[in-house]
Design a protein around this ligand. Structure first.
Ligand code: UTP
Length: 294
């Protein structure tokens, strides 16, 4: 079985749910305390054993590249003012992994963005981390997907149950339990943004998938799907119908950073555990919660 070494982070979406800020700042660069959202994705991939990461961007997202690069100006400033801890931190981020960037050129959907990565991936299995889904977990979710792939030898999609009335915003999977597993299902069909009555279940793919390189030919042949976009779910549905994929209900709390509420909630969680401001922040939030009750 081939080792999983590569990951793609599609981050070229326009982020219309995060307007007006996303008009000038990519949503993937919005801060969770003092780190941009995309940092957490790269960190999760690296902690899962990934060596090469391709971030799919567009012409307005150059600041993402700068974040993972050295900066001569900051280096000399921090060195001359003896701020070695800060300097080490910046260098550690730049050296986290081999991070590459590729522009999508046209915003034609998540499937289209993934399709741009064919040359980077070659014929290896690979992970996709959706650029606005941040998941905090004990074991990195990518690692959970890799472990499942190694168990069953087929593509894996990370899923969570969502309230039935919200399934229409996501996708819906047709599944049956796998004997001997508490959190894995065999999935043989799925549908993106189902209309009422089209739902298979309330299990939806949230943010992480592990795919085989066969997906690229499928994506290339896809017509536009829901919303007029090339949908990754439509490509994965073909794999599911032909051979089946594993749906893994992962452990972890997921935040949709493409939404205002998700961004704020992720900030509260990380601020409360932050080594510099955590204690003060918790005091503030508890005090604030009391005021809200009145
Ligand atoms: P979303 O649909 O959540 O992102 O796509 P969006 O289009 O930016 O969101 P809204 O609805 O306008 O607010 C899921 C992921 O796929 C990426 C996005 O950046 C996001 O991380 N994506 C989406 C691309 O890379 N390219 C696309 O053409 C579309």
């Amino acid at each position: 079985m081939k080792k999983i070494r590569k990951a793609i982070i599609p981050a070229a979406g326009l982020g219309t749910r995060m307007l007006p800020i996303s008009h000038a700042v990519p949503k993937e660069m919005l801060p969770i305390v003092d780190l941009p959202a995309v940092y957490y994705l790269v960190e999760e991939a690296v902690k899962s054993g990934i060596e090469e990461i391709l971030i799919i961007t567009n012409r307005d997202k150059e600041c993402m590249e700068n974040f993972f690069d050295f900066s001569v100006e900051y280096d000399s400033k921090l060195m001359s003012s003896n701020k070695t801890k800060e300097l080490e931190r910046l260098h550690a981020i730049a050296n986290m992994a081999n991070v590459y960037f590729l522009r999508q050129k046209e915003t034609k959907g998540l499937g289209h963005a993934v399709g741009r990565a064919r040359a980077f991936v070659g014929n290896e299995p690979f992970l996709v981390l959706y650029g606005d889904d941040i998941i905090f977990s004990e074991t990195p979710v990518c690692r959970q997907l890799i472990d499942s792939y190694e168990r069953y030898g087929r593509s894996v999609v990370g899923v969570k149950p969502v309230p039935m009335e919200l399934v229409a915003k996501y996708c819906s999977l047709k599944v049956e339990a796998i004997e001997g597993s508490e959190n894995e299902y065999f999935c043989d069909d799925m549908i993106e943004k189902p209309k009422k009555g089209e739902e298979f279940s309330n299990l939806s793919i949230l943010g992480r998938v592990l795919l085989e390189s066969e997906i690229f030919d499928i994506i290339d042949a896809l017509p536009p799907g829901a919303g007029g976009e090339i949908q990754l779910t439509d490509a994965m549905a073909k794999v599911a119908r032909e051979r089946g994929v594993t749906a893994l209900e992962f452990e972890g709390t997921r935040f949709d950073l493409g939404s205002k509420l998700g961004l704020m909630m992720a900030n509260v969680v990380k601020a409360a555990e932050h080594e510099e401001i955590g204690e003060d922040f918790k005091r503030f939030i508890l005090d604030f919660a009391e005021k809200l009750k009145k």
